[in-house]
Design a protein around this ligand. Sequence first.
Ligand code: ADP
Ligand code: MG
Length: 692
Amino acid sequence: MHEFSRKEAQAMQLDTPVQYLKNVGPRTAERFARLGIRTVADLLAHYPRRYIDYSNAGGVAAAPFDTETVVRAFVYAKEPMRRLPGGRTLQRVQAGDGDAALSLAWFNNPYAADKLEVGQEYWFQGRVTGTLTRREMANPLVRTQAQVTKAPLEPVYPQTEGLPSWRISQAVTAALEAVGQLEEPLPPALLTKYRLPGRAEAVRAIHRPRSAEEAAGARRRLIFEELLTLQLGVNLMKSRGAGQTGARMGRVDLEPLWRSLPFAPTGAQRRAAGEIAADLRGPAPMNRLLQGDVGSGKTLVAAAAVYIAARSGWQSALMAPTEILAAQHARSLQAMLGPLGVQVALLTGGMKAAPRRQTLKAIAEGQADLVVGTHAVIGAGVEFARLGLAIVDEQHRFGVRQRGLLAAKADSPHLLVMSATPIPRTLGLLIYGDLDISILDELPPGRKPVKTYYTTSIKRRDMYGFLNKQIEAGHQVYVVCPLIEQGENSGEEMQAAADYRDKVAAPLLPGRRIGLLHGRMKPKEKAAVMDAFKAGELDVLVSTTVIEVGVDVPNATVMVIENAERYGLSALHQLRGRVGRGAAESCCILISDHDSESVRERLRFLCSTSDGFAIAKYDLEHRGPGDFFGSRQHGLPVLQIADLMTDTRALYAAQEEAGAILRADPQLQREENQPLARAVEHLFERAEGTMN
Ligand code: ADP
Ligand code: MG
């Protein structure tokens, strides 16, 4: 056991591990770690989810049924403890307030009534059940007058196994006592302007509010602080790449590109390419998001941008989220641009040393006009001769940090981000600031919408009969495998996918060629399987979600998704977008045995529409912003208290104030801004820790 000396106690700092707090030992500290809480600062930022309000509890008669509530009542009588069949104990206490009686019951809590005194008044928290003539409350929490006076609003913390809210609360109390003065990052003028409490006061009040108003004020302050910090951080990183671009490009005729294609570009593709061309000629670095539903043809627009850059003498880099996609992009861009004299190079992690060295040399010496790869392309060891344009496919995997890296890689190159997922305006502004958006709102002609069906596993055999017919007709089929429940490490993922192929798909499709793709495979192996599928050497591709984005095999006409309930609608829509790319009628079959009404409704909604924007909106409204805007998707830090979707007003205010602060002190170097600079550092450090 760690003995605490006086000196150490005084030295209790925000970065002290929680383990050194009173009543917290190494075991409890491990549980805290499961909640992401390692230091005293983390603990103080673990805000209550809600409060139990003991401050204006009513009488028994007025209490609503079947809802969490608090009632005041006097204890009339304590009954002897009973043992129920099965060994459980039951302790009953009769209570009431003159108007109505309340029968309290505790199961398996033999000491619950010990501290209650007959004739005394208590506050009971729980759900009232029973009837108007016989009200009951099972396993209520009990508080005395003294307790309620001291803590009228009791915090309820997000908890974890072995670490209930009250234990967290206890540790928070110790932390509040142990830390000294909390640093105030907000300038005094802002506190006055927005009538916000100071940081020390707000942190105390959010954990131990004396009234609901106090709690609300504390929340408001902490939300504002978090959003301001976020804005400052994002703007600081952006400013590193802002100003003038070193890569001014010329006017380039796109007709040779358009004419070389086997099809005519859509109006939307032409328009987007025109907008990009104008940006590339301008003095400032382009910062453009290209949004278009799956299959809208974003790759061609990217090709147009690369073409302009190459004709103007600049190199381009295109980053994809996976090596499979990078390889595919390299192939299709090579097909479009190679004949026009644009040199395309693919850089992957799996390359042998010699070809890799050769490729790096071609990039460094400027023979490669376009380099395609994963994010490693902007990593260390890749030197460009004159990088002028960076393109990122599927923007939600590209973090704010990485954009900083990119800006450092060359003299403020132009940036084009491509995404199938629409992001709301507020969030776009937050992530990109002066972001411009081009939208591909037109699908190439002749596309038939993918018919989507939703069924349960009882129909699996019939469905496989249908798959067999499709294969008979010369088509190909994707099957996205069930995910595994627990600890999704890639070993289990591999096992689940292999099991599915061997035990489900193979017996139901005798004689068919079934390929397997999962996250555990080496990039080379994955590429080989993908190539075989593309070449028509496989009839079926059983895979985990590694094919989620971007893969393009026009001959594939069926997408089967097992355990469809596990995915957000946007992810399902992406998966569905893998089929319907050729002339033949395509379909997507969602399989789910989940019987909750909300899941069924969600899947039915997907069957009813193919509008990616409507789907993203539905996801947002029904799954909560957490899933959609998590740091993984947008590279933003995880926020502790603010909500980007609902705290819009605070977001705008923070945006304005961050702008003002940075205009006066662009790098946040002034003495008085140091606490703010430290807060920014802290927020983004935590983000690094949680990304990947
Ligand atoms: P996404 O926007 O999902 O990235 P892709 O760029 O992969 O879409 O394009 C999807 C498919 O549509 C590809 O096979 C591509 O060759 C084809 N395509 C793109 N533009 C057109 C067009 N204007 N006319 C016909 N087919 C097109
Ligand atoms: Mg794509």
